[in-house]
Ligand binder design. Structure first.
Ligand SMILES: Cc1ncc(C[n+]2csc(CCOP(=O)(O)OP(=O)(O)O)c2C)c(N)n1
Ligand SMILES: [Mg+2]
Length: 321
């Protein structure tokens, strides 16, 4: 896919939406009004957006506990997501899932997931169904560096290759699993591990939207044309703690401030696109204003919405086919 101006505008809007959404959830969480656990994706936006820009509603993704960015990039309704995070009845999952269980199957978003390594087996199912029904769809599992050590991830990679599935495993390596540095916990790396399954793999700088978008294009084209699975090892950084409330004593005091200055996918994107004369400052500024307004509305709407009632307690327990 050659990126045209509309693609660039969409990519910037989505990355900016994720950033402002996450910064705002950080502030709102501090008020004590958001129940449950929250893990923020700020800093990693170019990965979700660079990859999902190639997808449509016919394609599936499975996400992680750090799932807001994947949901937004896959087209989930931002207001419905904010309400879900606040546990409100008008949330995407009726306020019963919260941050770690946002899903919208109509968008091919199979769900954020509290189980580390829970996504890869799910995408084998979605990819097998796409292959069997001949839909042309692909299925992508996002996993962290921590999840890349899980047996479920390896089992899924093996099956995907044995069955030649249109599945892609994206290892978003932000250098930590909770407080544990990947240098302490990961032997080898995702690209070398993929070779063990005979799966083609590429490593990419996850702050560079264009680099991510390009390696994703190759992997997705391969999957769509019957070429089987791929692995992408995306190196990036998270700006916040593992979860909201993490004191981050395992990181240098200035680590995140430095990352925000030196490794910001939005600043990089804006610089590259402006330099090439592809978009004007005014277009970026207009998107920034729209996004701020959208997130304000999402928060005020969520705060004003009711929580689910007792009558909702026993609904959504079973799916009838
Ligand atoms: C099966 C399982 N084991 C452990 C946990 C606890 N846990 C939650 S997040 C996490 C770290 C995950 O790290 P990584 O995969 O690198 O994702 P990141 O948080 O860095 O995005 C762990 C161990 C869990 N939720 N599920
Ligand atoms: Mg990690």
């Amino acid at each position: 896919m050659q990126l045209n101006r509309d693609d660039l505008l969409k990519a910037y809007r989505q990355m900016k939406t994720i950033r402002v959404f996450e910064e705002r959830v950080h502030d709102e969480f501090a008020t004590g009004d958001i129940p449950g656990f929250v893990h923020l994706y700020a800093g990693e936006e170019a990965s979700a957006v660079g990859i999902c820009l190639h997808l449509n509603d016919n394609d599936y993704i499975a996400s992680t506990h750090r799932g807001h960015g994947h949901c937004i990039a896959k087209g989930c309704d931002v207001k419905g997501m904010m309400s879900e995070i606040f546990g409100r009845a008008d949330g995407l999952c009726g306020g019963k899932g919260g941050s770690m269980h946002i899903a919208d199957l109509s968008r091919g978003m199979m769900g954020a997931n509290g189980i580390v390594g829970g996504g890869p087996p799910l995408v084998c199912g979605a990819a097998l169904s796409a292959k069997t029904l001949g839909t042309g769809g692909v299925a992508i599992a996002f996993v962290g560096d921590g999840a890349s050590n899980q047996g479920t991830t390896f089992e899924a990679m093996n099956l995907a290759k044995v069955w030649d599935l249109p599945a892609i495993f994206v290892v978003e390596d932000n250098g930590y699993a909770e407080a544990t540095s990947s240098s302490w916990s990961v032997s080898g790396d995702a690209v070398k591990r993929a070779a063990g399954f005979d799966i083609p793999a590429q490593r990419v700088d996850g702050h560079d939207f264009f680099a991510v978008n390009e390696v994703a294009r190759e992997a997705i084209e391969r999957a769509r044309s019957g070429g089987g699975p791929s692995v992408l090892h995306v190196k990036l950084n998270r700006y916040f703690g593992h979860f909201e409330g993490d004191a981050m004593t395992y990181r240098a005091p200035d680590e995140t401030a430095k990352l925000r200055q030196e490794k910001d996918c939005l600043t990089l994107f804006r610089g590259r696109v402006s330099e090439a004369g592809l978009l004007e400052d005014a277009q970026f500024d207009e998107i920034d204003r729209d996004v701020d307004a959208l997130i304000d509305e999402a928060v005020s709407g969520a705060r004003a919405a009711p929580v689910p009632g007792a009558q909702d307690l026993l609904t959504d327990v079973y799916v009838s086919y």
